[in-house]
Design a protein around this ligand. Structure first.
Ligand SMILES: Cc1cc2nc3c(=O)[nH]c(=O)nc-3n(C[C@H](O)[C@H](O)[C@H](O)COP(=O)(O)OP(=O)(O)OC[C@H]3O[C@@H](n4cnc5c(N)ncnc54)[C@H](O)[C@@H]3O)c2cc1C
Length: 404
């Protein structure tokens, strides 16, 4: 392992998206991950699923991986129903309102990561090192060297795609700010008495939102975000008691919960870095920003980061792709877009927790008014699907789709 153009640290959904986008453009890359290659269990759903919007789908189509993802397991959803436990407010989003066949797809993270790595294996200009710990990053004026156990690689640019606890971010002393929500998200696969109707359901409780995401086999993936003491309590319940509490908290919208698999939880925090770039380095995905999962945006934002960074780097061919002037374009392009979404999500998270009158009543009124207003709803839907703002070419399906 000696030289390449870009070293990507982190081979998750976002790092692997960038790797494909750069490899497709003949850029020489090395990807390093401390973990093992992805495994897809064909008999069991991955507990980590993501609601991916149209823009992320387009990125995967343009990278030639969407058909492999679809061939495994995806669940398109056409509607999203949101309602407030603290008021009579409710809102329904429908793909038909924006002339799209669906609002998005629920996809298992492992399926996406596996498809991306299968594709990456075909590029002679891409190397992936699994189970490899990075030990140092040394930037010089004209190059950066990434040292790991057993070797080193010199490149023009290093990218930190190593998730919320980013080693790269800490190693380069890039400070992160944010809010610990003191909440946890409990995830599980459940079977419900009534059909999910290709609809994503979310009820905002004062303790946090509870979502039922439709899966292809008719079951649902739940994301129950709640304050830590409640989460601790819920995790200790027997399956039977948990299923009852879950059904009750969801107002039995889909009838009773008839079966449940393993439960896992994740800590929830909002975090962001002031600068997405440092000397010969860029941060993407959760390494640069994490958001509350209530709007299903984290992976979507990260995939967009990867698409933009690839476009900026490819557009600088013949120049120094790790130079500050090139990287600043990525920083400016993504920071504003991400902050807009992050602030909206944070605002919603806070707003739905307020129990003091007259906020719940006003919130309910706001939801109902938004529900009745076509243009406002369309704007929200397009943004949530990733179709607002300044899109990179990879996120436009009509540009050069290589995967139908
Ligand atoms: C409960 C829950 C529900 C969610 N639902 C949605 C949703 O519906 N839609 C959506 O868009 N987003 C959702 N998200 C957010 C989404 O899961 C994340 O934003 C996304 O997975 C981030 O991807 P990433 O590749 O940036 O980071 P990660 O997925 O964390 O991947 C990081 C990679 O880096 C590797 N790594 C870590 N440390 C090192 C190191 N030191 N050296 C080398 N490699 C390293 C890891 O092994 C991993 O492969 C949800 C999050 C949660 C918690």
């Amino acid at each position: 392992m000696g030289e390449c153009d870009v070293v990507i640290i982190g081979a998750g959904m976002v790092g692997a998206t960038l790797a494909n986008a750069l490899a497709q453009r003949d850029i020489r890359i090395t990807v390093i991950d401390t973990g093992a290659p992805p495994v897809v269990d064909h008999n069991q759903y991955d507990l980590r699923v993501s609601a991916l919007g149209r823009a992320a789908e387009c990125v995967f189509r343009n990278l030639g991986v969407w058909s492999a993802i679809r061939a495994q397991r995806v669940s398109p959803f056409r509607k999203m129903v949101v309602w407030d436990a603290g008021s009579s407010g409710a809102i329904t989003f429908d793909a038909a309102d924006v002339g799209e066949p669906q609002l998005g797809h629920i996809v298992e993270n492992s399926v996406v990561i596996d498809a991306l790595h299968q594709k990456l294996d075909n590029y002679p200009n891409a190397d992936v090192l699994w189970a490899t710990e990075v030990e140092k990053i040394a930037s010089r004026r004209d190059a950066v060297t990434v040292g790991f156990k057993g070797g080193e690689c010199t490149a023009a640019l290093v990218v930190g795609a190593d998730g919320a606890g980013s080693w790269v971010r800490k190693h380069l002393r890039i400070g992160a700010r944010g809010t610990d929500y003191d909440q946890r998200a409990i995830v599980a696969q459940v079977h419900t008495e009534r059909r999910h109707g290709r609809t994503a359901w979310q009820r905002f409780l004062p303790t946090g939102p509870l979502a039922f995401l439709p899966l292809a086999d008719g079951s649902c993936s739940i994301v129950w975000s709640c304050d830590r003491p409640l989460a601790d309590e819920l995790m200790t319940l027997t399956d039977e008691s948990f299923m009852h509490r879950l059904g009750e908290s969801f107002e039995f919208r889909l009838g009773g919960i008839s079966a449940i698999g393993e439960r896992r939880w994740f800590p929830l925090a909002r975090s962001y870095v002031e600068d997405y770039i440092a000397a010969r380095c860029a941060l993407i995905g959760d390494a640069a920003h994490t958001v509350h999962p209530l709007a299903g945006q984290g992976a979507n934002l990260g995939v967009a980061d990867a698409a933009v960074l690839a476009e900026v780097v490819a557009g600088a061919a013949g120049k120094d792709i790790g130079s500050r002037s090139v990287l600043r374009r990525y920083d400016r392009w993504r920071k504003g877009e991400n902050m807009l979404m992050m602030n909206a999500v944070h605002g919603l998270q806070r707003l739905f927790q307020i129990r003091v009158s007259p906020i719940p009543q006003l919130r309910g009124l706001g939801l109902s008014l938004t529900d009745a207003s076509g243009p406002v709803k369309r704007l929200i839907v397009r943004r949530a699907m990733g179709l607002g703002g300044d899109l990179p070419d990879l996120a436009k399906c009509s540009i050069f789709e290589v995967d139908q």
